[in-house]
Write a protein that binds this ligand. Structure first.
Ligand SMILES: *Cc1c(COP(=O)(O)O)cnc(C)c1O
Length: 344
């Protein structure tokens, strides 16, 4: 797989390590591993850094001087993009969508939002459900009017160029798997704006790698999410010249979303505490908490066989925990008081 023809800016520390979660493996009767894409190196890490290597590379190749992007208020993508732009010497402007109702008065100054400001990215808030493409175009016009050269990065960095980062990650994972002498039968990833899921699926397909890749949806039902991933894999396959997947070959679980995007649920809180207390591993409330809960659910219901080698893609996001501090503290206290019991 030759990605060298695509412009790329070095931002990440790669390869990210793969570690075994020894304690949770024993508790759940499987061999559980985690690929530490929460440690991609830039600005606290996370999956968007891999995408941004190609997206920022493309922006620079096109002569842009200002990145424009979009996300929910506590977007990890916006935080990583703001940092990537700073490192690459570009300006950045972000539109933040008030996608969910929250009752934490600090929600818009803590976690990722604090870091957006720290990295020097001005943010403009819009209401939930706003036409985000139109809102980004307003920023484009502002930048152009001031004589700048804008470059739009879509939400989550999920387009063909961003997905190249996860095709590369698929190749990296396969190499590591060979070096370790461990075949991961199951690979679990959060499926959101879908570039990560689609990039991995495309990478495995292009390299003819046999592993079951399961996306845990954190926003919409399985059917529309599968279509979203498939559209992206189809697009990558046609550009790169390999045979795409069928809809049935794309696996998405919808049972861990809870009430919706960015709304913490019991299973995610449980997963966050289990990972923290047994492995010292920090998950996040919006993505990886739910995805990890999905992995545990699939082990508990027998979809993932006892003794199998399972790789969890840790896509980052821990700064958002601070925007959910009240709910998390309540939950932690309930465990410590014995009101809630967790484990396998
Ligand atoms: C953006 C994000 C995801 C989802 O990745 P997509 O490519 O948007 O599907 C998962 N985890 C974290 C922490 C993220 O910030």
């Amino acid at each position: 797989m030759d990605l060298s023809k695509f412009p790329r800016t070095k931002l990440a520390n790669l390869p990210t390590p793969i570690e075994k979660l020894e304690n949770l493996s024993k508790l759940f009767g499987v061999n559980m591993f985690v690929k530490r894409d929460d440690e991609t190196g830039l600005a606290g890490g996370g999956n968007k850094v891999r995408k941004l290597e190609f997206l920022i590379g493309d922006a620079i190749a096109k002569g842009a001087d200002t990145i424009i992007t979009v996300g929910a208020v506590q977007s990890n993508h916006v935080r990583q993009t703001a940092a990537a732009a700073a490192k690459a010497g570009l300006k950045c402007r972000a539109v933040l969508e008030r996608r969910i109702e929250v009752n934490n008065p600090r929600y818009e100054i803590t976690g990722n939002v604090l870091l957006d400001h720290l990295f020097g990215t001005p943010v403009r808030y819009v209401k939930g459900g706003a036409d985000l493409a139109a809102e980004m175009n307003k920023e484009v016009e502002l930048v152009k009017a001031a004589g700048g050269k804008p470059y739009i990065i879509p939400g989550g960095g999920s387009n063909f160029i961003g997905a190249l980062g996860y095709m590369q990650a698929a190749e990296e994972l396969i190499t590591q798997s060979k070096e370790m002498g461990v075949h991961f039968e199951e690979v679990v990833v959060t499926s959101g704006s879908s570039g990560t899921h689609a990039g991995l699926a495309a990478g495995f397909t292009a390299l003819n790698h046999k592993a079951r890749l399961t996306g845990i949806s954190i926003r919409q039902k399985a059917e529309p999410q599968k279509r979203k991933v498939k559209d992206e894999v189809d697009n990558i396959a046609s550009i790169m010249g390999f045979k795409s997947l069928t809809l049935d070959e794309i696996l998405v679980e919808e049972d861990y979303i809870g009430e919706g995007y960015g709304i913490l649920n019991e299973c995610a809180k449980e997963a966050i505490v289990l990972a923290a207390r047994h492995e010292g591993l920090i998950l996040d409330p919006v993505y990886t908490g739910k995805a990890f809960a999905g992995m545990l659910g699939l082990i508990r219901n027998g979809t993932f066989k006892k003794g199998s080698n399972i790789l969890f893609m840790h896509t980052g996001g821990s700064f958002a925990l601070f925007a959910y501090e009240n709910e998390m503290m309540e939950y932690i206290n309930a465990i410590d008081n014995g009101e809630i019991k967790i484990v396998s």
